[in-house]
Design a protein around this ligand. Structure first.
Ligand code: ZN
Length: 187
């Protein structure tokens, strides 16, 4: 069902730069979220997914998941909440950390200081605005490959905030993808 794509060694070698440049904080967590989320993309569009197929998944971003899906795949809110951040105007992509902040990005705040983040949307692919309330399963945009990436995919992370701008990512469970941690493919 899931094929394995190659991420270049060069791309993975950027992990040490991600850490040394302070793009992630050293805090990590091995906790699971108490929330049960909806998978934010149609399951049948996923060709590969994993936790360790990106050099960006380090430090406090360690529990991020990448879902490889074709460009223009619909992206849905994983839970109900309020949109707190949108970046929608990037057309750039590349496999060096220079592209770290060039990925079109969405963050939705839920309850209990927990948010979901979605990245690499296509140029102007996000269809919701800051301050907008969204419902679980609502269409929020269309995927792409902007930012620090080598392949079209959706980056997904669940943040638990410890303070302002201070968070760890936690493991996400999905009502419609319960075996996500069992069929994880390693490179
Ligand atoms: Zn990622």
């Amino acid at each position: 069902m899931y094929s394995s794509k190659n991420v270049s060694k060069f791309f993975m070698s950027q992990k040490s730069k991600v850490i040394s440049a302070g793009l992630v904080t050293p805090k990590t967590s091995d906790k699971y979220s108490k929330m049960i989320y909806l998978l934010p993309i149609p399951k049948d569009k996923i060709t590969e997914f994993g936790f360790d197929i990106s050099p960006a998944h380090a430090g406090n971003l360690i529990n991020s998941i990448d879902f490889y899906v074709p460009k223009n795949t619909p992206v849905y809110a994983a839970a109900s909440g309020t949109v707190i951040e949108v970046m929608n105007n990037s057309r750039s992509k590349g496999n060096t950390i220079d592209y770290w902040d060039k990925g079109n990005f969405l963050e939705i705040m839920h309850k209990d200081n927990e948010s979901t983040c979605y990245e690499h949307f296509r140029y102007r692919g996000i269809k919701v605005k800051v301050g907008q309330k969204v419902k679980m399963g609502e269409l929020v945009g269309f995927s792409g490959e902007t930012g620090f990436t080598e392949n079209p995919h959706l980056h997904f992370q669940v943040n638990q905030y410890l303070g302002k701008d201070d968070f760890v990512t936690v493991k996400a469970c999905f009502s419609n993808f319960k075996d996500v941690y069992k069929i994880h493919h390693k490179q």
